[in-house]
Design a protein around this ligand. Structure first.
Ligand code: GLC
Length: 424
């Protein structure tokens, strides 16, 4: 057996065990249904998060397609009549009231939050369908998936450029990323200071019950984030493919058009020719400006195979530059030369300020392969696996030493399995 196939065998076994440990099953009287999903980590995150859950469905598609299906269905059970899907579902709220008391979160209802997260629901469905979920199942979930993307298009793209806006930092999933420091009032490095900053952003929204027109008019945290939108546009394309597969040619056409508009805006509005990076757009309609913190999100459009090679080459050069993103355990979430870069745990567990995460590696490795750099993708995959072998499935790890930090037994770190399975 080659060492690659034994690595894959080892991973399959370990990931299956992890997904047994983090599996949550039971009955939720408030929803009138049973639930069955994988939580991010029993220690700190016992609930169902939107983008985590989509990553989990991708991983589950390799282990047990029935569980991938229930992961998606459970997530969709939180869908509201307007199509919105909240970023956390508190299936077992009653059991974990003390955990919840530490969260500062916007509520849609007692069990669902009023925030979005990076929308990779279409990719989650695609993974299940690719591994045998069947066209009948696809047809069953497709209208709901479509309703979610229609909600995003209707509610989060008021300037109609095909890019969606977040209205607070946690909607990007990149909670304490330094790129938001200025917007939340340049906090220090304690959780308390961040919480204060978050509250300054979200509290005024409560005054008008988070009405979208008024939140946008307030215009104090409107960000078209490059990562969120790379994922959004990619997923619109995936959804177009799923619509076509289900025989909905008109749906496929609409989604393709939206994806095309978003792609053009990303490339035209977010690209900074001088620095060779993509930056987020801040501001509502007029007077938008770019953020200039250098984080991994600046590289995300590498995912698009049609990105001109002159652009892709510049992004790849940053991934090969030790002053930027070429650490021994890549890819650091913040560029090594950025003044805010911190390789390990920051303050009271502030996240996304330097360590390496698997969700970003998953997208960047795929982007590298799309641009003919399987060698570099492989390095990322192997270094990720090396950290996992030594330190377990941690939430994030030090890009210099590989030492694991954050939540233990963190489920989306298992995405490395998808990379190994698809290259096999
Ligand atoms: C942290 C991460 C967020 C994730 C959540 C649950 O808040 O920043 O992206 O969804 O944990 O894992």
């Amino acid at each position: 057996m080659s060492s690659e196939s034994s690595e894959l065998q080892w991973l399959r076994t370990e990931v299956a065990a992890l997904y047994r440990r983090n599996r949550q099953q039971g009955h939720a009287p408030w929803a009138g249904r049973d639930y069955d999903f994988v939580c991010p980590s029993m220690e700190t995150y016992p609930f169902q998060w939107l983008w985590d859950s989509c990553f989990h469905a991708v991983v589950l598609s390799w282990l047990d397609v029935e569980r991938a299906k229930s992961e998606v269905e459970c997530l969709l059970a939180n869908q509201q009549p307007d199509g919105f899907v909240g970023h956390v579902t508190f299936w077992q709220r009653e059991k974990f009231e003390s955990v919840i008391s530490g969260y500062d979160i916007a509520w849609r209802s007692k069990h669902v939050t009023d925030c979005i997260q990076p929308p990779l629901l279409a990719e989650a469905v695609e993974a299940a369908v690719k591994r045998g979920a069947g066209v009948d199942w696809l047809k069953k979930v497709l209208p709901k998936v479509r309703a979610f993307y229609d909600w995003l298009d209707r509610m989060r793209d008021p300037d109609r450029d095909g890019l969606i806006a977040v209205v607070q930092a946690d909607e990007t999933g990149l909670d304490h990323s330094p790129k938001f420091d200025a917007l939340i009032g340049s906090p220090g490095l304690t959780m308390a200071e961040f919480t204060e900053g978050w509250k300054r952003v979200a509290r005024p929204y409560d005054a008008f019950q988070r009405d979208h027109a008024q939140m946008f008019a307030l215009d104090h945290f409107i960000v078209e984030d490059v990562m969120v939108n790379t994922i959004y546009v990619w997923n619109e394309r995936v959804l177009a493919g799923l619509c076509a597969q289900a025989g909905d040619a008109e749906g496929a056409r609409v989604m393709r058009e939206r994806a095309e508009r978003g792609y053009r805006s990303l490339v035209e509005k977010c690209w900074d020719e001088e620095r060779g990076l993509f930056f987020d757009l801040v501001g509502h309609v007029a007077e938008k400006h770019l953020t200039h913190a250098v984080t991994f999100t600046c590289l995300m459009p590498l995912l698009f195979p049609e990105l001109p090679s002159s652009t892709a080459d510049r992004l790849i050069a940053h991934l090969e530059d030790e002053k930027m993103f070429a650490a021994p355990y890549p890819v650091p979430s913040v560029a090594v030369s950025d003044p805010k870069f911190a390789p390990g745990v920051v303050g009271t567990k502030l996240v996304w300020r330097g360590p390496t995460w698997m969700s970003s590696n998953w997208y960047l490795a795929r982007g590298l392969r799309a641009h003919g750099r399987a060698d570099l993708a492989r390095k990322i995959e192997q270094a990720s696996l090396a950290s996992i072998e030594k330190h377990g499935f941690r939430e994030y790890w030090n890009p210099f030493s590989g030492e694991g930090h954050g939540a233990p037994d963190f489920s989306w770190t298992a995405l490395v399995l998808d990379l190994y399975e698809t290259r096999a």
